[in-house]
Write a protein that binds this ligand. Structure first.
Ligand code: GDP
Length: 512
């Protein structure tokens, strides 16, 4: 663990809305010294939101649409926490963010257990073998029995569970949390019953008999923590706590520092790229426009995979093919922006640009590496975009290009007819689209039913493609990159075409 990459821990928090992700994020940043006042994450978020019209949707719905990066340091470890929007309609954005982390914390509500969104996000983590540390939150309130929660995690997610701590009562009889590693109990203090630093060694006298019995049963029943099994994604260590009252937060940070994996190697077309490789490489997993409406800036978030990045360095984005100098990279310390001079594998760099960088792009010094496995998700809802003012066609085209590049929507330009089609994964993306068209591009548009039901990217030899294209003009479109898309009226349509054109592939996602 002596390579420079090994002191990075890049992770995300996955949870169902309301389980306590925001509160936990705030407490992690507070402990890590990134912010100094509780409430600051929300307060600053609110100030920022007020400046941007489209983010009103966030406020109204109480969800977080924007995804950001928060970096903090403790005991020589740099933690990169990637925030993920919690609402299910933003799964595409969340999934992409999960391609850029090495591990995740799964927050569950002690009273509610595994909820639908937790399960969905967990499945994404499992697909990519992202190891999970579980945090059972809100033990200061009445919750289910600890065994019930542990067994639910084990059964629902098919994981081995190992409790790393145990609540000493919950709700009205909550007396703190016993940490197994140190055998100490963190105690509530004062009127707020928060954890303010008071720890006591556990003894036979200060743990109620029924709880001592539970713990004994648990230790016999659940086996020992095995860091390799955890890193494989087979086992999850489970911590109990209260983000609101600060219980279990320090233990959680220690667990990430100690057990969570350092930056992982990344698959590419030409083999695996190791974090220790000298060449600077990375990939863009998110693009966010107009973070500051005053500047109309666009930030591409790059996960550094290998090499030591230095400010001013020239990197070649795979889609562009020629090098660009990265003069003003940004590291995110809480919500503040700071210029980064260097960055190591695992770090996230914000790169301001005017549309040259796209989700899925590989950046590298030699322009040879192409990372794989960064999918565009299949659009499940297709809509035709109609303008209220037909003279605004140019503005609409620009807006659709921008927003598709950001990953808010996917856009398809049919070969025949002037009506453009947008594809999304969830309904809420459509609302964001309309609202941002108005706020940022002054374009009023409405969405109409589309004759198409689904879209497939078509690939094959030039000859096969052109033959296919000749016969299917009215079903053919180009995406923002000019790649051919088959717009199908039904799933049957897709299988029919597939059968008739065995030399072509019809893929639901576009891997870049
Ligand atoms: P998110 O939607 O997952 O980001 O959840 P929030 O962090 O916004 O929390 C949802 C609600 O649960 C808020 O009212 C929090 O104050 C409350 N909450 C969060 N953590 C705890 C906790 O440990 N104990 C209690 N009692 N309430 C909590």
């Amino acid at each position: 663990m002596s390579s420079p990459a090994s002191n990075r821990r890049t992770f995300a928090i996955i949870s169902h809305p309301d389980a306590g992700k925001t509160t936990l994020t705030e407490k992690l940043l507070l402990q890590g010294g990134a912010i100094h006042l509780a409430g600051e994450v929300k307060a600053r978020g609110a100030a920022r939101r007020a400046r941007s019209d489209w983010m009103k949707i966030e406020q109204q719905r109480g969800i977080s649409v924007t995804s950001s990066v928060m970096t903090f340091e403790r005991d020589g470890i740099t933690f990169n926490l990637l925030d993920t929007p919690g609402h299910e309609d933003f799964s595409e954005d969340t999934y992409r963010t999960l391609t850029a982390v090495d591990s995740a914390i799964m927050v569950i509500d002690a009273a509610k257990g595994i909820e639908p969104q937790t399960r969905k996000l967990f499945e994404v983590c499992r697909l990519r073998s992202v190891p999970i540390i579980t945090f059972v939150n809100k033990v200061d309130r009445e919750g289910r029995s600890v065994f019930e929660t542990l067994d639910e995690v084990a059964d629902a997610l098919a994981l081995d569970v190992v409790p790393m701590s145990w609540p000493v009562g919950m709700g009205g009889v909550f007396q703190g949390v016993l940490d197994f590693a140190t055998d100490t109990i963190s105690r509530p203090e004062g009127d707020s019953r928060e954890f303010l630093g008071k720890r006591e060694p556990a003894t036979a006298d200060n743990i109620p008999a029924d709880i001592a019995e539970e713990i004994e049963l648990a230790k016999a029943g659940y086996g020992d923590f095995d860091v390799e099994a955890y890193r494989h994604g087979d086992m999850t260590p489970v911590y109990f706590g209260s983000a609101l009252k600060n219980f279990g937060v320090a233990e959680l940070i220690d667990a990430i520092a100690r057990y969570a994996p350092p930056p992982r190697p990344q698959p590419s077309e030409s083999g695996t790229i190791e974090p220790t490789d000298k060449e600077v490489t990375g990939f863009i997993f998110k693009v966010q426009a107009n973070m500051d409406p005053q500047h109309r800036d666009r930030i591409a978030f790059m996960r550094l995979v290998s090499g030591t990045f230095k400010r001013g360095m020239k990197l070649t984005p795979s889609a562009l093919g020629k090098p660009v100098a990265i003069h003003s990279p940004i590291l995110f310390f809480a919500q503040d922006r700071e210029l980064a001079d260097t960055a190591e594998p695992g770090d996230i760099i914000g790169i301001p640009n005017h549309g040259t960088l796209r989700v899925g792009d590989t950046l590298s010094e030699n322009n040879k590496v192409r990372f794989t496995g960064l999918p565009n998700f299949a659009p499940e809802i297709l809509r035709r975009v109609a303008l209220k003012d037909p003279t605004k066609t140019k503005q609409l085209r620009k807006a659709l290009d921008d927003l598709s590049e950001e990953g808010v929507i996917q856009v398809f330009y049919p070969e025949i007819g002037g009506q453009w089609i947008v594809g999304v994964v969830g309904q809420l993306q459509l609302e964001v689209l309309i609202s941002r068209l108005e706020a940022e591009y002054k374009v009023e548009a409405v969405l109409e039913a589309s004759p198409f039901d689904t879209a497939r990217w078509v690939k094959g030899s030039d000859a096969a493609l052109s033959q296919f294209a000749d016969f299917n003009k009215s079903n053919r479109a180009k995406d923002r990159d000019g790649d051919m898309v088959f717009l199908a009226r039904s799933a049957w349509d897709v299988s029919y075409q597939q059968e008739r054109n065995p030399d072509l592939t019809f893929s639901a996602t576009k891997e870049r």
